[in-house]
Design a protein around this ligand. Structure first.
Ligand SMILES: NC(=O)c1ccc[n+]([C@@H]2O[C@H](COP(=O)([O-])OP(=O)(O)OC[C@H]3O[C@@H](n4cnc5c(N)ncnc54)[C@H](O)[C@@H]3O)[C@@H](O)[C@H]2O)c1
Length: 663
């Protein structure tokens, strides 16, 4: 693809580099030749560092450098581009002028993207004739390293171009998040906007000094405190954004007196050597102080949750996308959605009311859904129903034999009448988080209530089962962790309780929580080289989604102690020797092999007999031998009256395959 980047500043140079790294032909254009020289130097230095660190080879460096041309000729640079990314300063008139020129000179099928941080796309495209090809591609600094790119559509952007831009984002190794509505600040900067207003108000009101709050924030694990970060970004840039939000979101963003005074005095932060702090040494010299706790991390979370809820209410972005964007854009282990899920509606509402009252700021007032007690409901939004371009959550394709229900973290497929398959479907080896547990619970119930389904197969979408629990999931305290463990135990136990045969198909990794999930199945099959294990003890934890109990019952105390106390992984072959896995399938054919096994069981066994047998085995292990025998006799008695038993014996005598009805 031919890509032209307009503006060789802080952002443009990184954007040009990442496109070239992924094999695109790039022209970096800037009206100022010195800016091109700086851009070229930055690109060379970055590639050299990558060679030093053995990330790329010298030949690759040369190849990437050969992919980038530098130019000050706007028209020549843009006319044959398939994609133009504009990265000139955040001035609406300048961007309008650039886009009106691009509109005239670019090929009709080229996509024109702006890297604006805040400005609505529709403002930039105001006077254009072909608005359907213009959209936002908002990269984060440094663009060649940060994984996030927000893809923003205006009302005029066509579906095809929007989806094409998402694919382009993926093709250069980024995680694109969809911003479905043109709204100031999009996702990450919008979530950050009331934070800035809050930090300004804290110092305007003399509640805390910058160093007190920064010292507290660093103690909470943030790499930089909020004032140090504003200094780093540039206080003029911050004020510029606040001015825009004052016009587009709320006039309250005009507050922030102390910050505006600093800018008027020319104290812009790092770039001018002085801001909230002195930067003359190149680093912020922050006065030593005790961290203050007048402002807490929960105040900041409450404000961010509120803004996230507003974004969902306004149908700008879906909760999962917001969570992902904040995590990746702000380098955080979790975003506002997962924090909100760990709180009650009443808690969030109370905190926001208090903040709004004590700072006298309407922006902090709880959003409508929080006022109406609908926080949990809004957080579980899976699609903006029936809007143009929105995808339905559940999809039933009558023409296909396979029926699918998509949850946000997994897919349930009804493969044929009697077999359902759950595919875990999360980034990074299907890590398990609270959302996945919730979806799994619902999916198991969905399968449970379908009387036709006899066998449930669970595996991961792609090459792996699950590498375990997502350790960055936000869990506020010890008691919450107890509850989180109970939640996993309870949901995995459903696999043991469901009156259907459950098969776990293990490939790639089944570690920690992923392995525990597979242990809750009735039968496990795997590839020879699959990696299984419970590494929790090596992380200062224990297997707490039933692994500490279930493994010993399955393979005996001695082997379970060995696996849990060493945290060592075993292969599929070793797991077969341990009695964990019943059958091994080659890597290339395990999906088909496991499905075939599920289909065979579903056709050759009576569903009533299989579900009673499963229950007997599981329950019998926990009761005295004689009680187990009694349960066995009763179950046999129940089966004796069934049509299935008659069919089974008739089929045997008539030398034909049985046809069970589950009656
Ligand atoms: N800096 C960040 O952290 C960051 C992050 C995300 C998005 N953005 C956005 O990216 C855009 C660029 O920001 P930046 O920080 O790279 O700015 P910058 O000031 O570092 O670079 C802008 C470049 O554009 C060039 N330029 C100006 N007018 C031009 C024209 N008419 N034709 C060609 N080149 C022209 C300038 O010479 C300069 O080299 C802005 O919209 C900004 O809001 C910035």
């Amino acid at each position: 693809m031919r890509v032209t980047v307009i503006g060789s500043g802080e952002m443009g140079r990184g954007i040009a580099l990442v496109f070239a790294q992924y094999g695109n032909d790039v022209i970096l254009e800037d009206s100022i030749p010195a800016a091109l020289e700086r851009g070229s130097k930055y690109i060379k230095e970055n590639l050299e560092k990558m060679v030093e660190k053995s990330i790329i080879k010298q030949e690759e460096k040369e190849k990437i450098l050969g992919k980038i041309a530098y130019s000050s000729n706007f028209e020549d640079s843009a006319k044959s581009a398939d994609l133009v990314v504009e990265a000139v300063p955040e001035v609406v008139e300048l961007k309008q002028e650039i886009f009106s020129k691009l509109d005239k000179i670019c090929k009709p099928d080229s996509i024109l993207a702006t890297n604006t941080s805040n400005i609505k796309i529709s403002e930039i495209t105001k006077n254009l004739s072909r608005k359907e090809r213009v959209l936002g591609m908002h990269f984060f600094n440094p663009a060649n390293r940060m994984k996030l790119v927000e893809i923003i559509r205006s009302e005029a952007t066509s579906d095809a171009n929007f989806e094409k831009a998402v694919k382009i984002g993926e093709s250069i190794g980024k995680v694109p998040v969809r911003v479905l509505k043109d709204s100031p600040g999009f996702i990450v900067n919008r979530i950050n906007a009331p934070d800035m207003l809050f930090f300004c108000s804290v110092i305007d009101k003399g509640i805390e000094k910058p160093e007190e709050l920064d010292s507290y924030a660093k103690g909470q694990g943030l790499p930089m405190g909020p004032y140090e970060l504003m200094d780093f970004v540039g206080l003029d840039t911050v004020v510029h954004s606040l001015d825009y939000y004052a016009v587009t979101i709320s006039p309250e963003y005009n507050k922030c007196t102390s910050l505006r005074t600093l800018v008027k005095e020319g104290k812009l932060g790092k770039k001018s050597g002085k801001g909230f702090y002195d930067w003359s040494s190149g680093k912020a010299s922050i006065p030593k102080t005790e961290p203050s706790e007048k402002v807490t991390i929960m105040d900041i979370f409450a404000i961010e949750i509120n803004e996230a809820v507003k974004l969902i209410e306004e149908e700008v972005a879906l909760p999962d996308e917001i969570e992902n964007a904040v995590k990746l854009g702000l380098n955080r282990p979790f975003g506002p959605i997962s924090v909100a899920k760990s709180m009650t509606n009443a808690e969030v509402k109370k905190m926001l009311e208090k903040l709004s009252e004590s700072y006298n700021i309407e922006v902090f007032k709880p959003a409508a859904s929080i006022v109406n007690g609908k926080l949990k409901e809004v957080l579980s939004t899976k699609a903006f129903a029936l809007k143009e371009g929105a995808k339905p959550i559940a999809r039933t394709d009558e023409k296909k034999e396979k029926i699918e229900t998509s949850y946000s973290t997994l897919i349930v497929e009804k493969r044929d009448k009697h077999v359902a398959r759950i595919l875990l479907n999360r980034p990074r080896h299907n890590l398990i988080n609270s959302d996945l547990l919730n979806d799994l619970e619902n999916a198991i119930k969905e399968v449970w209530s379908d009387n036709e389904i006899r066998v449930l197969l669970i595996t991961g979408k792609g090459e792996t089962f699950s590498a375990g629990a997502e350790l960055s999931q936000f869990i506020p305290g010890a008691f919450d962790f107890v509850e989180y463990s109970r939640k996993g135990e309870r949901i995995f136990k459903l696999l043991q309780e469901i009156p259907k045969v459950v098969i776990a198909e293990i490939k790639g990794y089944a570690l920690g929580g992923g392995f525990e999930m597979s242990l809750s199945a009735d039968i496990r099959v795997s590839t020879p080289d699959a990696q299984m294990g419970l590494p929790e003890v090596t992380l200062g934890l224990i297997p707490a989604w039933s692994g500490s109990q279930r493994l010993a019952r399955l393979i005996g105390n001695s082997r379970a102690q060995y696996m849990i106390l060493t945290g060592k992984r075993i292969t599929g072959e070793e797991a077969k020797n341990f009695g964990i896995v019943s059958e091994i399938f080659p890597k290339e054919s395990i999906d088909e092999g496991a499905l075939e096994m599920a289909e065979t069981i579903s056709m050759s066994t009576s569903p009533i007999a299989a579900s009673l047998a499963k229950r007997l085995i599981n329950r019998g292990a926990d009761v005295a031998y004689d009680s187990g025998l009694e349960m066995e006799a009763m179950a046999a008695g129940i089966l004796y009256g069934t049509e299935d038993m008659k069919e089974g014996i008739s089929a045997l005598l008539q030398k034909r395959k049985p046809s069970y009805q589950g009656k």
